[in-house]
Design a protein around this ligand. Structure first.
Ligand SMILES: Cc1cc2nc3c(=O)[nH]c(=O)nc-3n(C[C@H](O)[C@H](O)[C@H](O)COP(=O)(O)OP(=O)(O)OC[C@H]3O[C@@H](n4cnc5c(N)ncnc54)[C@H](O)[C@@H]3O)c2cc1C
Length: 498
């Protein structure tokens, strides 16, 4: 019989780790504070509509193929590539920009606005491509034993990329493109990392390569929650038990070793090995009570923006919108400079709109559409009061109606809002930060909380705030890295499966 592993949480990183370990003969048991598996990759069902609660697309789809292959199964997910990848609306232009992977077609969007656009974007993406392939295996796909080990690995990255660590993404784009629109559009990826293009190092232009050339963006047929349903189905077949509505609050030690974790009812959960999918920094502070992760130290770290999300079921068809749309204002630099630390909701918010019923008609009743709106907001350190949430939702919906000509408020059938407070409380997201720890150079690689505990040799971490970072493909990689460590340190049970 294989060793027993207790996994705390059932986010994607946890589910993928459970599948990899159960496949290898470990006995896996999971505890989850929420009533359903998936963490941020979740689902909201209301009044005949189904919404993806958080993620609505992903890049690097081959990481999912690898996960299932690693567990001896063909990828059960039906993936659909988004084309155009997304659209971007500016207030001064009636027509949005459609962002295509086909660069000839993309160049037509910038005709009359940017001379030699195609040559410039090919050059920019070409540099990002080299950077991605020169760093992927060194920085993203490996475990580090120490900060020194990480720094030593970095010396293997070709020196020609070094200047991109020291100039900002905006500076890089500013040196290539003349039009403000091109600079703004290709710098939006910086917000995914929890920063702004003015602070994010230019190395992250590799994300433009992943979205525009490498693998594009993908959606799952039937909705994003199919990912969770598929993995949970496979875990059931492999005998993995999941206990819902069970939150771990503290640790119990015996002779300096973990004897178990205690939930909110006082029940003790014991195993040979433990994997925490709760935020890797906050868990060390709040559950393990490590001084290095005290509230003060956690608050001094850099966190990604918080989600303010609206789930709207509407009557009618919103032909103006595609699967994936950004609505921007006209004050980009000022917005980027203030959005992280303001205590008031912006009068002209920037937001993202997703209409998954366009590709998954079953998510809305016939003749209706399910609208998901995500507005990035400061986390709860800076804006703790959300009594203005209904007003902010109205501001966004009025703006969206003006810009698309569809009356969203007038056609509303159902409306649900989640503020950073709900996101924090539902999934234990520190200060409501949506993507976890940010990805400045001081919080990545060997400087990110490790997936191996500093003190206990049978406690590991998986998920967005440990290595390599946030986003669905990254946490799938995180599950591989955690599994690799566990097998290296605790042995294989079924050697024939790997
Ligand atoms: C609004 C939003 C939109 C996003 N959009 C995208 C997107 O389009 N594409 C993309 O790639 N990524 C997106 N992301 C990021 C992506 O969702 C995350 O990076 C990823 O899902 C994190 O997975 P995880 O493994 O860290 O687990 P999490 O999702 O953090 O899940 C952790 C689980 O652990 C549980 N838990 C926590 N503490 C305890 C405890 N003490 N005891 C028991 N259980 C506990 C939580 O309830 C939760 O279920 C988005 C995130 C948000 C919030």
């Amino acid at each position: 019989m294989g060793k027993k592993v207790l996994i705390i949480g059932t986010g994607l990183g946890a589910l993928a780790t459970a599948l990899r370990l159960a496949t290898r003969g470990y006995q896996v048991e999971m505890v989850e504070k929420d009533e359903r598996a998936g963490g941020r990759l979740n689902l909201l069902k209301k009044d005949g509509f189904t919404f993806d609660m958080g993620p609505s697309f992903f890049s690097m789809s081959y990481e999912f193929t690898e996960l299932f292959k690693d567990c001896g199964i063909e990828n059960p997910l039906e993936l659909e590539e988004l084309n155009p990848v997304y659209s971007v609306y500016f207030p001064h232009r009636e027509k949005p920009f459609f962002i295509y992977k086909d660069l000839d077609k993309l160049a037509k969007e910038f005709e009359g606005l940017e001379i030699d656009f195609e040559k410039k974007i090919r050059g920019y993406i070409g540099t990002a491509k080299k950077l991605f392939h020169d760093t992927e295996d060194i920085v993203i796909r490996r475990n580090f034993e120490s900060k020194l080990d990480y720094l030593m690995q970095l010396t293997r990255v070709p020196l020609k990329h070094a200047p991109m660590m020291f100039r900002s993404m905006w500076k890089e784009l500013d040196g290539i493109f003349v039009s403000e629109e091109a600079k703004v559009i290709f710098s939006l990826v910086a917000f995914f990392l929890g920063s702004t293009p003015f602070q994010t190092p230019a190395v992250y232009s590799l994300l433009n390569y992943t979205e525009l050339e490498h693998d594009g963006y993908w959606n799952v047929k039937g909705g994003m929650y199919k990912i969770v349903e598929s993995i949970v189905g496979l875990l059931n077949e492999r005998g993995v038990k999941i206990h819902y509505n069970t939150e771990i609050r503290s640790i119990e030690l015996e002779n300096g070793k973990i004897s178990g974790f205690i939930d909110t009812t006082g029940k003790k959960w014991s195993a040979d090995l433990y994997v925490s999918n709760s935020d890797a920094a906050a868990f060390r502070g709040q559950v393990l009570e490590r001084p290095r992760f005290s509230e003060k130290r956690l608050d001094a770290m850099e966190w990604t923006l918080s989600p303010f999300t609206i789930y709207l079921g509407v009557k009618g068809k919103t032909d103006q919108l595609i699967h994936h749309n950004y609505f921007l204002g006209s004050n980009f630099k000022h917005y980027a400079d203030t959005i992280f630390k303001t205590s008031v909701a912006p009068e002209k918010p920037y937001y993202y709109v997703n209409v998954s019923s366009k590709s998954n008609p079953a998510c809305a009743p016939e003749g209706h559409e399910n609208i998901f709106i995500l507005c990035p907001m400061p986390d709860l350190r800076f804006k703790p009061d959300w009594s203005d949430s209904e007003k902010l939702a109205d501001t966004i919906l009025d703006d969206l109606s003006n810009r698309t000509g569809f009356d969203f408020k007038g056609n509303t059938v159902t409306r649900t809002i989640m503020t950073p407070i709900e996101w924090q409380d539902k999934f234990n997201l520190y200060r409501g930060s949506g993507l976890g720890l940010a990805h400045g150079l001081n919080q990545v690689g060997g400087f990110r909380p490790s997936n191996k505990d500093e003190k206990f040799d049978n406690l590991y971490y998986v998920g967005a705030s440990t290595t390599p970072g946030t986003g669905l493909p990254m946490v799938v990689i995180s599950s591989r890295l955690a599994t690799e460590r566990i097998i290296k340190e605790h042995g294989l049970v079924h050697a024939d499966l790997v």
